[in-house]
Design a protein around this ligand. Structure first.
Ligand SMILES: Cc1cc2nc3c(=O)[nH]c(=O)nc-3n(C[C@H](O)[C@H](O)[C@H](O)COP(=O)(O)O)c2cc1C
Length: 436
């Protein structure tokens, strides 16, 4: 009889049960959700034809700039492109990788972001515009760095783990990481899942006030949330005084989280954008409080669709690391030695990264050239921008920000319901009477 695999207990499930029986502890890994989820691939853009008028690629402009933090800050961020680099911690990433992110972002006129573990001087020096994260852990928190930053991002949650805290295993807590975080080196660390000094949105309002005073009302205050009860979370963040909402969907990357968390908590980026825009519109704050969306952005098509749904900008994590050189085929032999292969490597928590990005091992980190990494990232960002402009021009837009839901249709009933755009070839939006 032919071999017959169970759909329920397939090879992956069996292997995981066997691993759990052997090790007695949940699996931890980096990267984002790996299973198929509703995403921007389930949407299509309607290029112009007769009823709409496209723009000419080489002669007609399609602008890409965006200003973040126009609500209260004296010095909002003026970015040349609507794609920023997401917060990734020094600790999860090597100092050279953090520097490369700053170099790549600066070359393209956009911002990069610190992370759990604080700001390194190399990162500050390499980044024209640097957003400083204030996290529940407070690791590496330094009031002087708040003033050195160009904006402040209060992290409430992350898309890969809304409701969960961080993990950094001992092998990545080098002397430098330990000193910046006030931790003993070499010992596994867990960071908090909620801020120690506030228990709800009212306290958050006070915290924001405090940060504005420390920074003389100059710097925009971002609030980052993992997508789950997005409509209410966005409304509360606006009420608390946010200048910018950073919304990280379920596909969002992480350096180290329990597999069960990554794959089973939160909602995908696609419905989350829709809910966030609904909340902002309901409050009359859409475009006054800017919305930055992350979680699985890979191509200019993803960027264009997120903007069309109402985001002001997007942010990237995993894709930026891949652009730096993560999972590069050039390291195939070394990946094989640690039991993996290019295209599959996600043990970012282990600190053995042969490319030198997700490690604190000096010898490995020294392999990574931040100038070259920065150039690769800039090339990748440039490509994303060109792709986004190409799509926007095809929809007749002279600014990528002018993309709108009307430019979109959905390929699946699920995506139509979640993004609230019509199913392709119909005027049907599930859940909306008569497609109105
Ligand atoms: C290696 C790595 C480290 C991260 N560290 C942090 C962090 O310190 N703080 C944070 O708010 N988010 C962190 N994130 C999440 C990113 O900021 C971002 O939300 C996510 O990567 C976006 O999704 P994408 O990777 O699909 O682009 C990290 C992600 C990665 C891949």
């Amino acid at each position: 009889m032919a071999l017959r695999e169970s759909a329920l207990f397939n090879r992956d499930v069996i292997a995981e049960i066997q691993r759990a029986a052997r090790e007695g502890v949940y699996d931890i890994r980096g990267f984002g959700a790996k299973r198929r989820l509703p995403h921007f691939d389930d949407l299509l853009l309607l290029g112009a034809s007769m009823s709409r008028y496209p723009l000419e690629g080489y002669r007609e402009r399609c602008d890409t700039d965006v200003v973040l933090g126009t609500r209260h800050a004296k010095r909002p961020l003026h970015l040349d492109i609507p794609i920023t680099i997401a917060g990734m911690s020094f600790g999860a990433l090597s100092a050279t990788a953090k520097e490369a992110l700053g170099r790549g972002a600066s070359a393209m006129g956009t911002s990069t972001t610190t992370g759990d573990g604080g700001m390194t001087p190399e990162e500050r020096a390499a980044s024209k515009t640097l957003v400083y994260q204030l996290l529940p852990s407070r690791y590496g928190m330094n009031p002087d760095d708040l003033r050195r930053a160009d904006a402040i991002e209060i992290v409430v949650g992350q898309g890969a783990k809304p409701g969960g805290g961080g993990i950094l295993l001992g092998q990545k807590i080098s002397d430098r990481v330990a000193e910046m975080r006030d931790l003993p080196p070499g010992i596994d660390q867990r960071s908090a899942c909620r801020h120690p000094d506030w228990t709800g949105p009212d306290d958050l309002e006070i915290k924001i006030e405090e940060l504005r005073e420390i920074t003389d009302w100059e710097k925009p205050i971002f609030i980052k949330i993992g997508a789950s009860r997005t409509y209410y979370d966005v409304a509360l963040a606006v009420k608390a005084g946010a200048d910018v909402i950073v919304l990280d969907g379920m596909q969002g990357g992480t350096a180290a989280t329990q597999e069960v968390f990554i794959e089973h908590v939160g909602i995908p980026t696609l419905p989350a954008v829709r809910l966030a825009v609904d909340a902002l519109q309901e409050l009359g704050m859409h475009r006054r409080v800017q919305l930055v969306v992350s979680g699985g952005i890979r191509t200019g098509a993803d960027v264009a669709k997120a903007l069309a749904l109402g985001a002001d900008a997007v942010s990237i994590g995993v894709a930026a690391l891949i652009a730096l050189g993560d999972n590069s085929p050039a390291f195939a032999e070394e990946y094989a030695r640690i039991g993996t292969a290019p295209g599959y490597y996600d043990d970012w928590h282990a600190g053995e990264d042969p490319v030198g990005i997700s490690t604190q091992d000096d010898d490995l980190a020294d392999r990574f050239d931040p100038e070259l990494g920065g150039r690769r990232l800039a090339n990748y960002l440039r490509t994303l921008v060109l792709e986004t402009q190409t799509l926007a021009r095809a929809c007749g837009k002279s600014h990528v920000q002018n993309l709108e839901p009307e430019d979109l249709v959905a390929l699946t009933v699920e995506a139509a319901a979640m993004a609230r755009v019509p199913l392709a070839g119909t005027s049907w939006i599930p859940g909306v009477a008569d497609g109105a």
